[in-house]
Each structure stands twice: as C-alpha cells, then as structure tokens.
Ligand binder design. Sequence first.
Ligand code: FES
Length: 127
Amino acid sequence: THIEYLNYEVLDDYGWGLHDDDLFENAAAADLSAEDYGEFIAPPNENVLKAAERSGQRWPFACRGGACANCAVVVVEGEMEMPSNHILSSEMMDEGVRLSCISAPKTDELKIVYNIKHLPGLDELRL
Ligand code: FES
C-alpha cells in the first residue's frame, strides 16, 4: 500500500481543514519537512504505525495495543482494517479515526493525517 501522511499540527499552522478536498494537494505543494508530510510503502499485514516507523517516521504512541489513542490517525482517503475497537466512539469511527498501532492498510492507496491528539473528543481517551 502506498501511504501518504500529513501531520495534524500542520493543518493548524496553515489554516487547512481535515475535510478540505485539496488538503493533500496543498500539503504536496507546501514546502513541508519529511516529518510533517511524505509517503511510504506499507506491507498489507503490518500495522501502519510499525510501517511508518520502519520508513523512519516517529509518530506518537504509548500502549501499542489499541487502548490509549495516542497513535490515532484520520483516514482521509482509502481504508484501514481495525480488528477490534474498545475506545473510539462510533462518531469517531465515522470520521475516519483509526488506531494506527493495530490497523493494517486495506486499500492500495491511503491518505492519513497522524498526530491528531487535538481532535475534539480524543484528548480524554489518551493516557
Ligand atoms: Fe495506544 Fe495505539 S498506541 S492505541
């Protein structure tokens, strides 16, 4: 799977919204560091957090077991397979929030925003 990622903090800095149609086009055109925006290839059966780390990324995490939401991402395009969910509300799931430590890519293309700790409702889930 080809994964394009973007740091949620950048959205604040640039005044972009999670639901902007051209969010990733704007990110590609902006002069962002590889920490904030980029792409990597992930194998189908590996969780996205691990794949990101193998490509050199340092994304937030704590438990690595689906219990804290530190590793949460928003899927903007594509889908991630999350085998179990004990902490995300159905509203969050509908918004595309997934826990990257336990979720593998499900589509050939994925666009995800990581580091979404300031997304409303997520703060209280974090350890
Ligand atoms: Fe805790 Fe993923 S690191 S839910």
